[in-house]
Design a protein around this ligand. Sequence first.
Ligand SMILES: Nc1nc2c(ncn2[C@@H]2O[C@H](COP(=O)(O)OP(=O)(O)OP(=O)(O)O)[C@@H](O)[C@H]2O)c(=O)[nH]1
Ligand SMILES: C[S@@+](CC[C@H](N)C(=O)[O-])C[C@H]1O[C@@H](n2cnc3c(N)ncnc32)[C@H](O)[C@@H]1O
Ligand code: SF4
Ligand code: SF4
Length: 337
Amino acid sequence: MCRMIIDKLRRPLHDLRISVTDKCNFRCQYCMPAEIFGPDFKFLNKDEILSFEEIERLARIFSKLGVKKLRITGGEPLMRKNIALLISKLNEIEGITDIGLTTNGVLLVKQSKELYEAGLRRLNISLDALDNEIFQKMNGRGVKSDVVLRGIETALNTGFSVKVNMVVQKGVNDSQIIPMAKHFRDMGITLRFIEYMDVGNTNGWNWNQVVTKKEIYDLLSEHFTLKPVDSNYYGEVAKRYKYKDSETEVGFITSVSESFCSTCTRARISADGKFYTCLFAAKGHDLKSLLRNIDDDEQILNEISGIWQNRNDRYSDERVIGSVSSSKKIEMSYIGG
Ligand SMILES: Nc1nc2c(ncn2[C@@H]2O[C@H](COP(=O)(O)OP(=O)(O)OP(=O)(O)O)[C@@H](O)[C@H]2O)c(=O)[nH]1
Ligand SMILES: C[S@@+](CC[C@H](N)C(=O)[O-])C[C@H]1O[C@@H](n2cnc3c(N)ncnc32)[C@H](O)[C@@H]1O
Ligand code: SF4
Ligand code: SF4
């Protein structure tokens, strides 16, 4: 039986974002700057990260508390060995109606087929520029945009529903807004522009590098006519529009300029099994120790339930009104976005 719970701001628990690894084959400056995440950086050891059995057990417990939607993320989730096996296990959980995975797309040519066979149907693929010089610099590994575009094409041919994520940074890739919009509109793929966020402590974020939804919308309006689309469900992250005379959508993720904390239904689990009630949290709750020391699921469920019922996070709202404290936040690559 499913037990619905709400937090202190009356927000239900609906989504669980699971980070399956803290490692990545990119070094995007806005997420894992190469200067910090260099050869000496200490990533989590194998025994520190949750096993597939532990992730599946947690997902089952969360589903009993109202979670219907899972998102697999990282680091780069396709770098976790046998990730398709985990997807197939999660797909069997009663009550889970939607599983998505967010990836930089590099390994999709190799893995699309097995992911699809495991039951995955939705992929969000990140690509910040078509221009190679810009993209190679942004991903910090010199990978060309063609590699990701081939991943996208393979995913589409396999049968996946695909959306593309583009983080926009002023003076870095804002010149790519229109080329990216045209390219993905012509392909019939939803492109979502993401406002550059102050996640973690290492990306050197400042307001001057943010390109807001309004700025992007105004620029797009010089080239296209956009019509707003109603949100699909309570707490949807993106604000969606359709291009006139087309069924293709474009979206905006506006955590900085128009925060959406009041309907935030998302819980997060880091690769090492910490439970975070906000992307910008400073501290997680250690579920790994509970999983490794307690056999009774009901006891773990009660712990999780108590944490959610105590939740009052609204970091982005507080940023908008200028009241955030400067406490240390977790890194994006560790929590998965
Ligand atoms: N501030 C904030 N950003 C979020 C939240 N959820 C997702 N994001 C950001 O939204 C961007 C896109 O995330 P995705 O991993 O593609 O997931 P999504 O957009 O929630 O996925 P679907 O709507 O299910 O397709 C990333 O930059 C995330 O960090 C949230 O609760 N708060
Ligand atoms: C942390 S990544 C993990 C999944 C995968 N490696 C990828 O890049 O798609 C998840 C999403 O967060 C986005 N992201 C990372 N750092 C960000 C930042 N500082 N501001 C906004 N979005 C960010 C990425 O572009 C990506 O779409
Ligand atoms: S955004 Fe994704 S691809 Fe880029 S460094 Fe972070 S985890 Fe890796
Ligand atoms: S900032 Fe925190 S509370 Fe607000 S939407 Fe993002 S994860 Fe949810």
